[in-house]
Design a protein. Structure first.
Length: 173
């Protein structure tokens, strides 16, 4: 697998790595949508219980910070091909959860999806911008850039924990 990604990255440096990043991210989104639509009733029933579950600040921050930290580690160890894997996984998980929520809650699914995926919806454009800047592997991430994105991720995760998640729980009840 590492051999394949090394080949993709060598092509990436010659022909434009932005295409590969977009391809992997969109592939993850499409696969997540496909699996969400083919999922059985078990996933739909499990999704209905998520707004009632208790949320910890650690769990809420992990959703936002973990993909960024994994991306920063991949850049710092000079393995930019790992960004392709991270972008695929993030796209897959985001679209799977969003579309499963939409299916589970019927006509109110769009609202539940927006509230449930609030932190991802706000931080994904920032994360994708970070991936675009670092996918070529020509330069390593600066400490200032990383320290700019990290507090933004913490802020978005905190807003989700303090405001959005309690509102979603009250809305469902």
């Amino acid at each position: 697998m590492a051999r394949f990604f090394r080949y993709v990255l060598s092509l990436c440096q010659r022909k434009g790595c932005y295409f590969f990043l977009a391809f992997f991210y969109l592939s993850g989104l499409l696969l997540g949508i496909t699996i969400a639509f083919t999922a059985g009733d078990v996933n739909l029933n499990l999704m209905r219980g998520i707004p009632h579950a208790s949320v910890s600040i650690v769990g809420s921050l992990c959703i936002t910070i973990l993909p960024f930290l994994l991306s920063a580690i991949a850049v710092s160890i000079s393995k930019p091909w790992l960004l392709l894997v991270i972008s695929f996984a993030k796209g897959f998980l985001f679209s799977f959860i969003a579309f499963t929520a939409m299916q589970s809650f019927g006509n109110a699914g769009w609202l539940i999806r927006c509230l449930l995926c609030f932190s991802d919806g706000l931080f994904l454009p920032v994360l994708y911008f970070y991936w675009l800047r670092r996918i070529s592997g020509r330069s390593t991430a600066s400490c200032c850039e990383t320290m700019l994105f990290l507090p933004l991720a913490v802020l978005i995760g905190s807003i989700d924990f303090r405001i959005i998640s309690p509102f979603l729980a009250r809305l469902i009840n």
